[in-house]
Design a protein around this ligand. Structure first.
Ligand code: 2AM
Length: 485
């Protein structure tokens, strides 16, 4: 019989398979198990082909668990929700006191907290660990966001430090996030931020293509160029790649043949719901989610386009002659400035939850572990880390002196892009709402006085005054009536 393995992994879909191979490659013998056993054999075969990696396959849960050295650690990568509960039930039947289960899926953080509470009854420890980086990240180095039992984290820290993406100067992309469901929560907001980044990039593409009339070749070179500067990131890099790929089934470029409907799995929606629950404004992320909803109404949009076309309403409302080079430079700046707003919202959401739950999350550390491995990896995250290093209590990234200067330097270009888009009938909800977020946040006085006056008028909700303390109510209606009489 083979010596006990160091760790086990249950759930061998794409992420699970790749993470298991990554762990084995880093020198940790691993046992693998999957409900459908063909995936076990497939994984073992891949391990052989990819360099005889120490991956041991098991077709039944009992021998799988028994093959792992004690105290045992099992990472689960199964579908979130009920499958996780079922898998815990299956595996825990053979586990002993002090063993640990790690959920590596995109789980709703409250489910993790519920399970964590149930664990002492079973004598087990529990971690909810966000894993980001898709298939490639899982195989070669993801960003890992483990939260829950610190004792369990310490036990597998050596594995996680090696398995995570390694970034020169800032270390492995993993840190103990905090207690409870904090690992899942942080991963959820990471995904919300990812929605924002993708939407902002799509808007930049739309303005450049629809108003600037850039070809795919030009877009390819613009995004490749952008990827050498402040926007350097995984998402800009893959966007540049996409514009260079020809259709293999017909003439032209593949991107033009992809149906304009974006799918989603729920983490973006949860992020927006959490933002609302915590009264944190996250309009860029919300706009990204709304854009996905509207993209799904393809058939309705086709009909709506007909209605407006027959009324003489074209797709592009103005045929303005634009200076391409200037437009490209403006859009780059608008994208960057909007991105600052989007990250400011995500970070503030994490902080609000951390305060509510007493998690004591370190925002700068989160920026650090997102610098590699994950989908939002970007050079820009280094600036965020530095902003929180300078001031861990920073109220908003916008007022960090470096980000504030960057925004001031870019605001004219940002306004020009949003105005051009609006005048052209091209929607840029992410960029527009980011600008509105900035313009609201930076203003000492906003028109909320009127809204509060209206509330007091019709509902006696009272108001505060700028010039004296206390709570006031006015009989607005009676006074207005008198004035009319
Ligand atoms: P399967 O291959 O047997 O379907 C992603 O769907 C992963 O979650 C797969 O490994 C899948 O196993 C697993 N999975 C989904 N539902 C499950 C369940 N109820 N119990 C165990 N594993 C499940």
């Amino acid at each position: 019989m083979a010596p006990p393995t160091r760790i086990g992994l249950a759930g061998l879909a794409v992420m699970g398979q790749n993470l298991a191979l990554n762990i084995a490659e880093k020198g940790f013998p691993i046992s693998v198990y999957n409900r459908t056993t063909s995936k076990v054999d497939e994984t073992v075969e891949r391990a052989k082909q990819e360099g005889d990696l120490p991956v041991y396959g098991f077709h039944d849960p009992e021998s799988f668990i028994q093959s792992i050295q004690k105290p045992r650690v099992v990472i689960m990568l199964v579908k979130a929700g009920a499958p996780v509960d079922q898998t815990i039930k299956t595996l825990s039947a053979y586990m002993d006191k002090g063993d640990c289960i790690i959920d590596g899926g995109n789980e709703w953080y409250e489910n993790t907290e519920r399970r964590e509470k149930e664990m002492p009854g079973l004598g087990l420890l529990y971690l909810g660990m966000g894993v980001s980086g898709g298939e490639e990240g899982a195989r070669n180095g993801p960003s890992l966001m483990p939260g829950g039992s610190f004792e369990a984290y310490k036990y597998i820290e050596d594995i996680l430090l090696k398995v995570a993406a390694q970034v020169p100067d800032s270390g492995p992309c993993v840190t103990y996030i905090g207690k409870g469901g904090s690992g899942n929560f942080v991963k959820m907001v990471h995904n919300g931020i990812e929605y924002g980044d993708m939407q902002l990039i799509a808007e930049a593409y739309d303005v450049l293509k629809s108003v600037g009339k850039l070809s795919n070749e030009e877009l390819h070179s613009v995004f490749s160029e952008w990827n050498k500067g402040e926007l350097l990131s995984f998402l800009i890099e893959i966007t540049a790649d996409i514009f260079g790929i020809k259709d293999d089934k017909a003439d032209g470029y593949l991107v033009d043949k992809v149906l304009d409907k974006t799918g989603m799995k729920g983490t973006g929606k949860w992020t927006v719901q959490q933002a609302a629950d915590l009264s944190v404004a996250a309009p860029t992320i919300a706009a990204s989610l709304d854009s996905r909803f509207l993209s799904g109404l393809k058939e309705e949009r086709v009909e709506a386009a007909k209605v407006f076309k027959s009324g003489g309403f074209g797709d592009i409302l103005t045929d303005q002659v634009v200076d391409k080079a200037k437009l490209i430079d403006d859009v780059r700046q608008a994208l960057y400035a909007s991105k600052i707003c989007s990250y400011a919202q995500g970070m503030n959401l994490i902080r609000a939850k951390s305060i509510e739950k007493g998690w004591d999350l370190k925002l700068g550390e989160l920026a650090r572990i997102w610098k590699g491995g994950c989908i939002i990896r970007a050079i820009f995250l280094d600036r965020i880390k530095k902003a929180y290093d300078r001031n861990p209590e920073l109220a908003n990234l916008l007022v960090d002196p470096e980000f504030a200067k960057e925004i001031i330097d870019r605001q004219s270009a940002w306004r020009r892009v949003v105005c051009l888009a609006i005048n052209s009938g091209i929607s840029t909800p992410g960029m527009s709402t980011s600008l509105a977020y900035f313009d609201t946040y930076r203003r000492e006085r906003v028109p909320a006085n009127l809204v509060q006056a209206q509330r007091d008028y019709f509902g006696a909700h009272t108001y505060e005054r700028v010039d004296m303390d206390g709570s006031f109510h006015t009989e607005w209606f009676k006074i207005a009536k008198k004035l009319q009489d």
